[in-house]
Write a protein that binds this ligand. Structure first.
Ligand SMILES: [Zn+2]
Length: 707
């Protein structure tokens, strides 16, 4: 880690020097490097002197730190400008969650991840802990004057220890956000408080710039990752609320990613180099700094695949390790080819644009990346770049990009990319494919491997079925037939499939599916239904899984989710459409089997959290239970809510409802509130109490059987 960071700094210094060259007189010793704003924001120190203080209070939004007695010192950056305060002594930190609809999720996370007990008060549900040291960093929020009284001891050592402790946490670097706030909106409050020395380490973030939210987190080593030999602490969210508006309002990003022009060249091994030009549009105020997700390592699980471990809820006892291969940004450039200062750390890249982009205007930025990105699941003869940020990506709400993709791989591998095929060619020892995604999507998945395939076009829809490890004409035929039948069924009430070209790709392992835009990834049992053991058992549910995955082209891609809070719009709606398909082909009894399964599974979620907070279930020592509950909320309780609506309003109105959601929200981000409005328009009835109970609340609906 440290080595890679050092290397990144060397690269940075080189680009920064190039930037400065025209404006500085040349000196014998070369051009001094330009200050990188992100590295400068991370470079903090306390002075040699502190002040003794009593009753010092620091507060913003829902967070309050109180130093009963102790010492405080000013924290400054390399330029000597105050960045915050460092407190040492006897103190308390508290955070108040205001909205009662969040409280069950806060209680659940606090109970599963800390030894603290939240308490109700007038301010809301309060999480409180003591601290021995607290670092308060702020931009746009005034710091209190330190009293002129008694000088205190030097806090330099305590500050060093405190910084080292929090630097280990796996989370996006605060220096990126701090720097963005200083550069783009110095008056907007951005505050981070880190407290340690009490029962838990706590991190409070108040972000009026990027997220418009405030949150409380703790950190901890994750049981599952410890088994793989990874003992780093990870940030664990305990509470989060908006600074303005409703708890469930979707995020409003500052800049949206609207187009991606990506070219990837794969080696025959694990290495890839990527050149990607991204177009961003400023959506909320002027934007001079971009903060984007980007892996800094590709993670390979040895011993078994990540997919295999995720699908089985029982932990495998086999010895497994995580191998990390670095991913490097070798340069970031503006449209004129001039290098831009950047910092890539902890899975985030921050870029300082040469000048702010006015709201409504766009800017293009080119990234050059390289690294061991190509991970082969279960050591198979293909690799996949999936939904992780393997190229720079903003948050979900900010992803709405069209794309042009070129993939070049060494023979005998053949590339698969989503979208309309523009060109497929052999160039020397490489296979090349070029595709276009003409409608905005989130994420981009590409694969390459020893794939064979067959394709067919009907009524303007091209389906392609690709297997790895040999031709499989029987599977091609049956999956093309199933694909056209299912597409035809959905198109009747959901409208045209948002992509007109879809590749169905065989994945190693079994019992799994995944559906990035323009792709349907499904495990081997769909290709070999006569297999043995686990394959045969998994094959029993393959039509349902296929229908669920196909439905994601409408639910997830047609109507996109602006945040994980709205994941039910993708998963529960896809699951319900799958059950509806099965009802049509196999009768009401099959549908009733679904209902029974959902009822049983939904019962497990009793007393947990609302469907809209399913993503907040995190437990450092019980990740499997957390993941299981999350699944039951999205794949059982969510579909049960839709079944309840269906049972109440009948087939015709229900299909009109789904159809209208697609026609009004398709092509953009959806939200529960908008879906509710569509339902109200169709049924001429107020559904707010229903959604308050079953979607924003914790009740589980009763649904009569179809027969
Ligand atoms: Zn799904």
């Amino acid at each position: 880690m440290a080595l890679r960071r050092a290397a990144a700094r060397v690269v940075l210094a080189a680009f920064a020097a190039a930037l400065l060259a025209p404006s500085r007189p040349a000196s014998g010793e070369g051009v001094p490097p330009a200050p990188n704003p992100f590295l400068a924001a991370a470079d903090l120190a306390v002075g040699t002197s502190s002040r003794q203080v009593r009753g010092l209070r620091l507060a913003v939004g829902a967070g309050t730190a109180l130093l009963a007695e102790g010492s405080a010192a000013l924290v400054t950056g390399p330029d000597g400008v105050p960045a915050g305060l460092f407190l040492s002594g006897k103190g308390t930190f508290e955070y108040a969650s205001k909205d009662p609809r969040e409280h069950s999720a806060v209680r659940w996370a606090v109970k599963k991840n800390t030894s603290l007990s939240p308490a109700s008060s007038e301010a809301g549900l309060v999480v409180k802990d003591s601290f021995a040291t607290l670092l308060w960093l702020a931009s746009g929020a005034p710091l209190p004057e330190l009293p002129a009284g008694e000088p205190g001891p030097s806090l330099a050592d305590a500050f060093g220890k405190h910084r080292a402790r929090f630097a280990r946490i796996q989370e996006p670097p605060f220096s990126h956000l701090l720097s963005a706030a200083r550069r783009d909106a110095p008056a907007r409050p951005v505050v981070r408080a880190e407290a340690t020395g009490g029962r838990e380490d706590l991190v409070f973030l108040h972000d009026a710039l990027e997220a418009g939210r405030e949150s409380l987190s703790t950190s901890g080593r994750l049981q599952l990752r410890l088994r793989y030999g990874d003992d780093r602490p990870w940030a664990i969210l305990l509470a989060e609320q908006p600074l303005a508006g409703d708890l469930f309002d979707p995020p409003e990003p500052r800049a949206a990613l609207t187009h991606v022009d990506l070219s990837l060249t794969a080696s025959a091994g694990t290495g890839a180099s990527i050149s990607v030009t991204e177009t961003f549009q400023a959506r909320r105020g002027a934007v001079g700094t971009l903060l984007l997700d980007l892996l800094d390592t590709a993670e390979v699980q040895t011993g078994s695949s990540l997919i295999e471990t995720e699908m089985s809820w029982s932990v495998r006892q086999r010895r497994q390790r995580i191998e990390e291969r670095p991913v490097r940004v070798t340069g970031v450039f503006d449209d004129a080819g001039r290098p831009l200062p950047f910092d890539h750390r902890n899975d985030q890249v921050a870029v300082a644009l040469a000048a702010p982009v006015a709201e409504g205007k766009s800017v293009r930025v080119r990234f050059e990346l390289e690294g061991g990105l190509l991970v082969r699941p279960l050591d198979n003869n293909y690799w996949i770049l999936g939904t992780q940020p393997w190229f720079p990506l903003p948050g979900l709400a900010a992803q709405a990009f069209t794309a042009r993709v070129t993939v070049r791989v060494k023979k005998p591998f053949r590339p698969i990319a989503p979208g309309t095929t523009v060109r497929r060619a052999e160039e020397g020892d490489s296979h090349v494919v070029e595709t276009r995604l003409e409608k905005p999507v989130q994420y981009l998945t590409i694969l390459a491997g020893a794939f064979d395939w067959e394709e067919e076009t009907k009524d303007g829809v091209t389906l392609r079925v690709a297997s790895h490890g040999g031709r499989n004409p029987t599977a091609y035929r049956s999956l093309l037939d199933l694909g056209f039948a299912t597409t035809g069924f959905f198109e009747v009430f959901l409208g045209k499939m948002p992509v007109r070209e879809l590749t169905i790709v065989e994945q190693a392992s079994w019992g799994m599916g995944q559906s990035p835009a323009g792709l349907l990834l499904i495990t081997s049992e769909a290709f070999n239904p006569m297999g043995k053991g686990a394959y045969r058992r998994a094959a029993a549910g393959v039509n349902e899984r296929f229908a669920h995955e196909l439905a994601h082209q409408w639910w997830g891609h047609g109507v996109r989710m602006p945040s994980l809070s709205e994941q039910w719009l993708s998963e529960s709606f896809a699951e319900y459409c799958s059950a509806f398909f099965i009802r049509r082909v196999a009768g009401s009894q099959s549908y009733d089997l679904y209902l029974n399964l959902w009822r049983t599974r939904a019962k497990e979620t009793k007393g947990s959290v609302p469907i809209l907070l399913a993503h907040r279930l995190r437990a450092r020592s019980d990740q499997l239970q957390a993941e299981r509950l999350r699944s039951q909320l999205l794949y059982a309780r969510g579909p049960l809510v839709l079944a309840a609506i269906h049972a109440e309003i009948g087939d015709e109105a229900f299909l009109t409802f789904l159809s209208n959601v697609q026609s009004t929200l398709g092509g953009g981000n959806g939200s529960t509130r908008q879906v509710e409005e569509v339902l109200e328009a169709v049924t001429e009835k107020d559904w707010t109490p229903f959604f308050d109970l079953y979607v924003r609340g914790e009740a589980i609906p009763e649904v009569p059987s179809a027969k």
